[in-house]
Design a protein around this ligand. Sequence first.
Ligand code: GLC
Length: 453
Amino acid sequence: MNIKFKIGIILVLLMATLAMQNTATAQLKAETAEQKAKRMEWWTDARFGMFIHWGLYALPARHEWVKNAERMTNEQYQKYFEEFNPDLYNPKEWARMAKEAGMKYVVLTAKHHEGFCQFDSKFTDYKSTNTPFGRDVIKEYVEALRAEGLKVGFYYSLIDWHHPDYTIDSCHPQRQESDSAYTRLNKGRDMSKYREYLKNQVRELLTNYGEISVIWFDFSFPGKNGKDHNDWGSEDLLKMVRTLQPGIIIDDRLDLKDQDGGWDFESPEQYKVEKWPTRNGKKVAWETCQTFSGSWGYYRDENTWKSTPQLLELLIESVSKGGNLLLNVGPTGRGVFDFRAQERLKSMGEWMKFNNRSIYNCTEAPAEFAAPANTLLTYNPKTKRLYVHLLSYPMGRLVLKNMADKVKYIQFLHDASEIKFQSAGGDEKNNLNIELPVIKPPVEIVVLEVILK
Ligand code: GLC
């Protein structure tokens, strides 16, 4: 081939690559609020997803941070790699349970802070396919989810306590007291190599498994002996992610919070928000991630499990403030969901079966509707239906203030049975008195469906 021709081909290829990247960048920055809302619509409609934390830490069964908490070295942690053999792993079961609970999407740890990869990466030996288990966990998970019509999400830890080039920091199992100790230990470690590794792995995850709907990066901790967007190469990474999967939804932990297009949703962890979170005065998309108990990974002896009513309230309250709930399960070292999680998923599913209309496609109710005491309101803007969740079941009467002119019909959501109402009359004639049966129906949290005029 003559040299001019070769150079010509190289130039064309280069221009094509640049053009592709530019489109992605332009798209990222130029997206209007409406376009973003459209891209995220399936997610805001879904409201309820499952988080799954599953890695080698399922074996010690005492928190996914066990390597850090007990300051284990790679050598000490190696026994879990050698014993990893979850013979009962059946993601079809996982997908079925998520779906029956009413969840619409699932996010699984492809790699957690321990550095172990649940997929057959070309860039490491520290992966499920090299354990006695020998299988690509992610591949089977993706297939099982798709078969159930669930959206597929990956969690990928930015932090890595196993990689030899990842510098020791304040979050690391080998964290130090003095600057000189850090300097000594980090000699020879090269974050630019780790950055490349991270990017290569994310490329694999977003190339080899078809359409991926959510990616959850975790997490940045800027400051002294911390790590921020420069350490991860966040901007560059994000551009690649958007190029590979234009529709994907991304959390807010890449330390690009001030950047336009640097994140899609806020991720309040393990607490209920006071009100719908805002940024520069505008309401933002958000998802709270929560555990059933105090740990994300399987923790055999942890006993602070939330009850079903508490969990339902968490879900309803999130929707009542315009947000999503990502509820976490930590499967055991055999590959099955903790029996306590199974119980709760089942009861939540029973409630969802009859009441999901107050969750899916719903959001915060317009300000004109005031929630009576001990209730939470959600609202479906398309069908114009208001949902009143009775957290404690009232005796006989409930009053809806200033609504007599707005309501057409009211029914219990779970059985579509009519609920009678009338104007309170006199000075309060725009208030509605609602007559409820004395006995609470056999539903964990009873919901009134109010059909508006
Ligand atoms: C925290 C923890 C982590 C967990 C995550 C879920 O950042 O480090 O273990 O995966 O929260 O949001």
